[in-house]
Design a protein around this ligand. Structure first.
Ligand code: ADP
Ligand code: F6P
Length: 467
């Protein structure tokens, strides 16, 4: 197989910790395979020229990192305006939060063209190109227009909504047409694949030409589900190391008489944080035996703070946590410890292990890796319980978790109580099944399956066919 070339907006040194499912998963994949990782450097050039950016190429272990600076104008329109102001909310079913008036589509196209222009000269003929996420949907079409005939796959880390929601994006036809420049398009769940199939048949009059293969715009694309996983063995190794053990011990000691619940998320409106906090308040109201006993540790890492909706959610969360602590807290017990920070990855397994229950309750999520990390970190003899939103992609794969509808505050509180009361036998049984599942479908399975399927997908179209 040729060299693996991974392209994503966000990149990270694979030897260092990162927050965000994509950076964590790709870092773990590339550490094994080696290859080239191309993406945004994280640098914004205040007075930079739109459509231009300096490229920095350097080696990080076996991975070559190619990092592109973006001008402020490009970053504002491509990342903040279009990717996070239009695509992220719509793909997470939040039409109410999308800003369609922003006119940032031009910047989105311009940055995708810039990525193509800078990436193309670095490519070798037998490279396998794997492009990631909603920031870069049109990148393959741009590369094809330049003559690129390599195999190109795309993986969407976030959900794909049903056609009536997708069609609210003014440029939806252009966006989905761009997916036909790929040889393989991967989604997190079967539900996402169904949405893609329904959309292309209804809106693009695509024909089914084989199992999961669709033909339209003079091109054929294969669409399949590849639920992303974690590196279970590596995460468990991290759990046995000093930092995680120390975190476990200090947490257990600090909260010696308490039952701990944990939430670990980017501070994002898709994660259902206010709904989760309200369900926790409902737990304290409906099951008062949890007062002075249950403590929720909520860690929320700062994310996209320059997008308005993210500021709003931060204020809402702070005020909710403050009011619950004020109403229920006592001198020797606070119901919620809310930390607005990224926890060092080395400490995470220890934190998860110290907790009896994990609350993974997004309103909508492509997959959710925290659910899998929590399971991997547990003591098999005395495991904690996973409470999981039915609207996370992970729900398709983790039926042994306790499922909740995060919009249903009382129902969620009831399930949290069930989790806190669960017998050791039932906890072990559910945990063993969950662990088996995440071991089988880990991040290496995800990577292998995607690349194998990409290798077997139809021959790449010629550049002229695309135009
Ligand atoms: P998303 O990709 O939307 O951020 P995921 O749950 O799939 O959501 O992935 C999040 C990743 O980032 C996980 O590996 C998780 O451990 C990490 N992460 C999220 N929030 C934090 C935090 N506050 N501190 C440390 N790591 C975090
Ligand atoms: O996994 C979904 C995702 O949007 C990734 O594409 C992204 O890298 C991550 O969440 C964190 O978001 P951001 O890169 O905007 O900080």
């Amino acid at each position: 197989m040729g060299r693996l070339v991974v392209v994503s907006n966000r990149l990270a040194d694979p030897r260092k910790a990162a927050a965000g499912g994509l950076a964590v998963a790709l870092g773990e994949t590339l550490k094994r395979t080696g290859g080239l990782w191309f993406g945004w450097s994280g640098k914004i050039v205040e007075d930079g020229t739109p459509g231009e950016g300096e490229l920095h190429v350097h080696q990080a272990g076996s991975v070559t990192l190619a990092e592109l600076d973006l001008s402020k104008e490009d970053h504002d329109s491509y990342y903040r305006g279009y990717a996070n102001g239009v695509l992220w909310p719509v793909f997470h079913y939040r039409l109410d939060l999308a800003n369609f008036e922003s006119g940032h589509l031009g910047g989105y196209r311009r940055v995708n063209q810039l990525f193509a222009r800078k990436l193309y000269p670095l490519l070798k003929p037998d490279d396998i190109i794997w492009i990631h996420d909603y920031h870069l949907i049109p990148l393959a079409a741009e590369l094809r227009a330049m003559g690129c005939e390599n195999r190109i796959g795309f993986f969407l880390h976030i959900p794909l909504p049903p056609p009536p929601i997708l069609a609210a994006i003014p440029s939806h036809e252009w966006l989905i047409r761009a997916m036909f420049a790929y040889d393989l398009v991967g989604f997190q769940s079967h539900l996402d694949v169904q949405h893609f199939a329904h959309y292309v048949k209804a809106e693009a009059t695509a024909e089914s030409v084989g199992a999961n293969q669709f033909r339209a715009f003079n091109s054929t694309v294969q669409a399949e589900a590849f639920p992303i996983g974690i590196d279970v063995a590596d995460f468990q190794r991290l759990g046995r190391a000093r930092e995680a053990r120390e975190t476990y011990e200090t947490t257990v000691k600090e909260y010696s008489r308490r039952r701990l619940l944990i939430g670990v998320d980017r501070l994002d409106y898709s994660k259902g944080l206010p709904q989760r906090i309200r369900a926790f308040r409902e737990l304290l109201l409906a099951y008062p035996e949890n007062r002075h006993s249950a403590t929720l540790l909520q860690v929320a890492s700062p994310s996209r703070e320059d997008v308005d909706a993210y500021n709003d959610i931060q204020h809402e969360l702070e005020s909710l946590c403050g009011s619950i602590n004020g109403d229920f807290g006592d001198f020797d017990w606070m119901p919620i410890r809310y930390i607005h920070r990224t926890v060092a990855r080395k400490r995470l397994p220890g934190l998860y292990r110290a907790c009896a229950v994990a609350l993974v309750t997004p309103l909508r999520d492509g997959m959710n890796l925290v659910a899998k990390e929590f399971v991997a970190a547990q003591d098999e003899e005395d495991p904690g319980v996973l409470v999981l939103s039915r609207f996370a992609g992970a729900a398709e794969q983790m039926p042994q978790a306790l499922m909740v509808n995060p919009y249903d505050t009382h129902g969620t509180a009831q399930v949290i109580q069930q989790a806190l009361q669960m017998s050791l036998g039932e906890r072990r049984e559910r945990h063993a099944a969950l662990l088996e599942g995440i071991r089988k479908y880990d991040v290496h399975w995800w990577c292998r399956e995607f690349l194998r399927t990409l290798g077997e997908a139809k021959q790449p179209p010629s550049a002229t066919e695309q135009n």
